[in-house]
Ligand binder design. Structure first.
Ligand SMILES: [Zn+2]
Length: 65
């Protein structure tokens, strides 16, 4: 393992060195763009409904929960 000497690159664009202010991004622009991507996926997951069938089946075995 060699010590990390090179500046870390922005996790979004992978071109510019990370700016401490916007870590782990190089700029506010990259941060916002990355967050936009995350939001897209997060909303999809959050919108996923709980399986009604599973809730109904577990109705007789609630002691485990
Ligand atoms: Zn960047």
């Amino acid at each position: 393992m060699s010590p990390v000497q090179e500046a870390r690159l922005c996790v979004y664009c992978r071109k510019h060195p990370v700016e401490a202010k916007w870590r782990p991004f190089c700029s506010e622009r990259c941060k916002l763009l990355d967050l936009a991507n995350w939001a897209d996926g997060t909303y999809r997951v959050a919108a996923e409904p709980v399986h009604p069938a599973t809730v109904a089946e577990d109705n007789t075995d609630t002691s485990e929960f």
